[in-house]
Design a protein around this ligand. Structure first.
Ligand code: ADP
Ligand code: ZN
Ligand code: ZN
Length: 735
C-alpha cells in the first residue's frame, strides 16, 4: 500500500463571508499564497493558504485534509497577502472575501491559471474575389483585415484589436467563419511598437514630472491641473521613466469603457501593449492578464477600481486619474476605497503615488495642505486652448421649452450655425421625473421605495431608478379616475425630442444609461461626436468623465439647482466638481469655449465663487466649513447600515448596536460619537426598510481600535433571519 502523502497543518482564508480562518491538513508542498479546494460544511469551497506548519488550537487528528492543492506556485506573494490582510482588517471585511475579490473570477472558482499566451488573431487565407466584393460592403471587417495586414507578422492580440477598433467580437467571428483569419496564442513578449513622440512639456508639467520621480521611496503627489492642462502628458512622462528603469506602472481610471482614447494614448506614446483590465474581457482573458501582471511581465496595467488588487512585483508607480471620482469607492460587499488603498500599496512598494484631478477631493486637498502629499499644480491649458468663459443664466422668469431658456436656444443657434458642437448636460434620464394627475395632484409612486416613478416615453413605461421596478403607464388616475395625467419636469429623453424639432438640421446624440445599454453603442456614439457627424451632445454625468471633444465650443448645464441644496454634507463638493468637470469639456482645442449655467439661484454664494474664483477657492471654503463642523476630512467615520422587511426589526438591531457601542466605547474610553439610529434618506427601498448609525471620531486609530471588538459583538446578536447589516468604513455616502 502506498504511504499517505505527508500532511502539514495549514491556516486558510476560506472564500466565505466569515470573519475567521480555518485550519486544515495539506500536502508538504503547500505554501502560503496557493489555493486549495476544501471540504466545507456540506459542500466544498476554495480558499487561500495563509500560513503553513502552524500550531493549530485543534488537535491535529481533528483537522480535515484539503481535497486538492490547486496551484503548483503561489498566486499571492507574502507581500500581496500582507496588503490584502491589511485591507481586510481596515475595512472590517472577512479576509476570505477580500482575497476572493482580488482574484479574477476564473481563479476565484478554483480553475487552473490559463496557459501563458495572449489570445490573438492572424491572417489565414487571402480573400477570394467574391469575398473581396463582400468586404467592400463591410467596412469594419475590412478595417480589421488591414490592421492585421499592416501589423506584426505574428499577429495582433485581441486586446490590441479592441483598443483600436472598440468591441469587435462579431467582426472577428465573421472573419474567422470565412476562414480569413485564425485565432492563436501569441507569445507574451509582444514586439513593442515604436513610441510616438509627444509634445515638449511646459514648465509646470516638467516640474511636476521631476517632483514625482525625484522623491525617495513612497511619495504621494496630488496633481491638481485644470481640465485640459496636460495631466495625461505628466502621467505619460512619469510612466515612461519608471518603465525604462524596469518598473511596473498601475494606472487606475474611473471607467475604461468611457475613455478608449486614454488606453490608445498610453499604448501609442509608450510604445507598448498595456494590459487593460477591461470590463468587456472574458473570464479567461481576465485571468490571463492577472497572471501576467503578477509575473511581472506587463509593464503597464490599466484598470478600474478593482485593478488595485492586481499583484505587481515590480510596482514602481501608481497613478489614479480623476482621483475625486466616486467610482473608486466600492459601495457594496467589500467597501474599499481604491484611492486610499493605492496609498497603502505605494507605501508598501516604496514608490510614488500620483493622484490627478482638475477637481481634487477635499480629502486629498487636505492631505496636501497638511504636507502629507506633494501638491503639483498645472494652471494653464496646454497648447492653444483657452479656459472657457462661464456665465450664469437666471431662469426664474424665463419661458422654458423642455428645460431650455430662450437665451440658451439663441446661443445654441449661433454655435451650430458656425459649425461648432454643443454639449448639453442634464443629470436626469427618462422623459420626465414624475407622472402627475392634473385633477387631484396624485403622483405615481414606486410601490417598493419611498420614491416616485419616472416617465419613460420611448419604452412606454414608468420606471423606478432606485429598484428597477417597471410599470405600465396608467390611462387614468387611480385616485380620482381623472384622465389628465402627464409628465412633470424634464429628463434627457424629453430634451432630445424637443431638439429633434427645434434643431432638425443638426443631428443630436443622447448619452445616458438608457441610450447606451447595448455593448459598444457608447463607443459608437462617442465616435460620431469626435468625427463631427453629431452636432449636439446631450447627456447625463456619463459625459463629465474625462472626454476630449475638441469641437465643442458651448457647454450648457440645464439644471444645477438640485445639487445646491443636497442633504448630504458632500453635496456641495460634488456639485462643484461636476460643474467644473462639465464646464471643462468646452473649448479644449483652438476654438474658445463658453459655458452657460441655468439656475434659479443666480446669487447663490457657492455658484458665484465657483465662477469668479474657480474650484480651488471654492474647495478652500468648503474645507473651512468642514473643519468648523468637524466633518471629514477633519474627523473619521464609519456607517452601520441595517435593512429588513419590517421597519421595527431594522430599528431594533441598530438600537442594540448603539447600546453595545456606547458601552464598549466607554470601556475602551475611545470617545466615539454616535449619530442615530436614523432612517436612511430613502427609508424604504426595494421593499426593505433601512436604518443606520453613523460613528465618528477625530482619531482614525481610535475608531479602528473600536470597530473590531464592536463588530464581534454585533455578530453575536441574534438578529431576525432576513435582516441584513453591513459596515462601511470611510463611507462616501452617509444618507
Ligand atoms: P488633461 O489630462 O489635463 O485633461 P491632456 O493631457 O489630455 O490634459 O492635454 C490636453 C490637450 O493638450 C491634449 O490634446 C494634449 O495633447 C495637449 N497637450 C498637453 N501637453 C501639451 C504640451 N506640453 N504642449 C502642447 N500640447 C499639449
Ligand atoms: Zn387624480
Ligand atoms: Zn423603487
Amino acid at each position: 500500500m502506498p504511504s499517505p502523502p505527508p500532511q502539514i497543518p495549514v491556516r486558510i482564508a476560506v472564500f466565505a463571508p466569515l470573519r475567521r480562518l480555518f485550519d486544515y491538513l495539506a500536502p508538504g508542498s503547500a505554501r502560503p499564497g496557493m489555493r486549495a479546494l476544501l471540504p466545507f460544511g456540506q459542500g466544498q469551497r476554495v480558499g487561500v493558504i495563509l500560513q503553513v506548519d502552524i500550531r493549530s488550537e485543534l488537535d491535529e487528528s481533528r483537522l480535515k485534509p484539503v481535497r486538492q492543492l490547486l496551484d503548483a506556485e503561489p498566486l499571492f506573494s507574502s507581500d500581496d497577502l500582507a496588503f490584502l490582510g491589511w485591507a481586510a482588517a481596515y475595512y472590517q471585511h472577512p479576509l476570505g472575501e477580500v482575497l476572493a475579490t482580488a482574484l479574477p473570477a476564473l481563479l476565484r472558482r478554483g480553475k487552473p491559471p490559463p496557459p501563458a499566451g495572449l489570445e490573438g488573431w492572424a491572417l489565414h487565407s487571402p480573400p477570394s474575389p467574391t469575398q473581396q466584393q463582400a468586404l467592400a460592403r463591410a467596412p469594419r471587417q475590412h478595417q480589421l483585415l488591414e490592421l492585421l495586414r499592416d501589423g506584426p507578422k505574428a499577429g495582433l492580440s485581441q486586446a490590441d484589436l479592441r483598443a483600436r477598433l472598440g468591441p469587435c467580437g462579431p467582426v472577428l467571428k465573421a472573419l474567422a467563419e470565412k476562414g480569413l483569419i485564425r485565432p492563436l496564442l501569441l507569445p507574451l513578449d509582444l514586439p513593442r511598437q515604436t513610441a510616438e513622440p509627444g509634445p515638449e512639456l511646459m514648465a509646470q508639467q516638467r516640474q511636476a514630472v521631476e517632483q514625482i520621480l525625484g522623491g525617495q521611496g513612497f511619495h504621494p503627489c496630488l496633481l491638481h491641473g485644470i481640465t485640459g492642462s496636460g495631466k495625461t502628458e505628466v502621467y505619460l512622462a512619469a510612466s515612461r521613466a519608471v518603465i525604462q528603469a524596469g518598473g511596473q506602472v498601475l494606472v487606475l481610471v474611473p471607467e475604461i469603457a468611457l475613455t478608449p482614447q486614454t488606453t490608445e494614448r498610453f499604448a501609442r506614446r509608450l510604445g507598448l501593449t498595456p494590459l487593460v483590465l477591461h470590463s468587456a474581457l472574458n473570464e479567461r482573458e481576465r485571468a490571463l492578464a492577472w497572471i501576467q501582471a503578477s509575473r511581472g511581465e506587463a509593464a503597464l496595467v490599466l484598470g478600474t477600481r478593482s485593478a488595485i488588487f492586481t499583484p505587481l512585483p515590480r510596482l514602481g508607480l501608481l497613478i489614479l486619474d480623476e482621483e475625486h471620482d466616486l467610482s473608486f469607492k466600492q459601495q457594496d460587499g467589500f467597501r474599499y476605497s481604491a484611492r486610499d488603498l493605492a496609498l497603502v500599496r505605494g507605501r508598501r512598494a516604496a514608490c510614488p503615488v500620483l493622484l490627478g484631478s482638475a477637481t481634487p477631493s477635499l480629502e486629498s486637498l487636505h492631505n496636501a495642505r497638511q504636507g502629507r502629499f506633494t501638491l503639483l499644480r498645472l494652471e494653464q491649458r496646454a497648447g492653444a486652448a483657452q479656459p472657457p468663459q462661464v456665465q450664469l443664466l437666471d431662469i426664474r422668469s424665463a419661458p422654458l421649452q423642455a428645460g431650455l431658456s430662450p437665451a440658451l436656444l439663441d446661443a445654441m443657434q449661433r454655435e451650430l450655425a458656425a459649425d461648432n458642437q454643443v454639449l448639453l448636460f442634464l443629470n436626469r434620464r427618462g422623459y420626465a421625473p414624475v407622472l402627475i394627475c392634473h385633477d387631484c395632484g396624485w403622483i405615481a409612486p414606486c410601490p417598493h421605495c419611498d420614491a416616485r416613478l419616472c416617465l419613460h416615453l420611448a419604452e412606454q413605461r414608468l420606471s423606478c431608478h432606485h429598484c428597477g421596478q417597471l410599470r405600465r403607464i396608467p390611462d387614468h388616475c387611480p385616485a380620482c379616475q381623472g384622465q389628465r395625467l402627464s409628465g412633470h419636469g424634464v429628463g434627457t429623453e424629453q430634451v432630445e425630442a424637443f431638439l429633434a424639432q427645434r434643431f432638425a438640421a443638426f443631428p443630436c446624440v443622447r448619452i445616458d444609461r438608457d441610450s447606451t445599454r447595448r455593448q459598444g453603442s457608447l463607443q459608437k456614439k462617442l465616435e460620431g461626436v469626435r468625427q463631427g457627424s453629431q452636432r449636439i451632445l446631450l447627456g447625463t454625468q456619463m459625459l463629465a468623465k474625462g472626454h476630449d471633444f475638441p469641437q465643442v465650443t458651448l457647454v450648457a448645464m440645464l439644471d444645477v439647482d438640485q445639487g445646491l441644496f443636497g442633504a448630504d454634507f458632500r453635496a456641495t463638493e460634488r456639485m462643484a466638481q461636476l460643474l467644473t468637470q462639465v464646464a471643462g469639456r468646452a473649448g479644449r482645442a483652438e476654438r474658445p469655449g463658453r459655458v452657460l449655467i441655468q439656475t434659479r439661484y443666480p446669487d447663490h454664494p457657492l455658484l458665484r465663487q465657483l465662477i469668479e474664483q474657480g474650484y480651488g477657492a471654492c474647495a478652500e471654503e468648503l474645507l473651512q466649513e468642514r473643519q468648523q463642523a468637524q466633518l471629514p476630512p477633519f474627523s473619521h467615520q464609519a456607517l452601520l447600515r441595517a435593512d429588513a422587511l419590517q421597519a421595527e426589526q431594522a430599528e431594533a438591531f441598530v438600537q442594540q448596536a448603539l447600546a453595545l457601542g456606547q458601552e464598549l466605547s466607554q470601556k475602551l474610553s475611545q470617545g466615539i460619537e454616535f449619530w442615530g439610529p436614523a432612517p436612511a434618506a430613502m427609508e424604504r427601498r426595494a421593499g426593505r426598510h433601512r436604518q443606520q448609525l453613523l460613528l465618528q471620531s477625530t482619531s482614525r486609530p481610535r475608531l479602528q481600535a473600536f470597530l473590531g471588538p464592536w463588530l464581534e459583538r454585533l455578530e453575536a446578536i441574534k438578529a431576525p433571519a432576513r435582516l441584513r447589516w453591513s459596515i462601511d468604513v470611510d463611507p462616501l455616502e452617509t444618507l
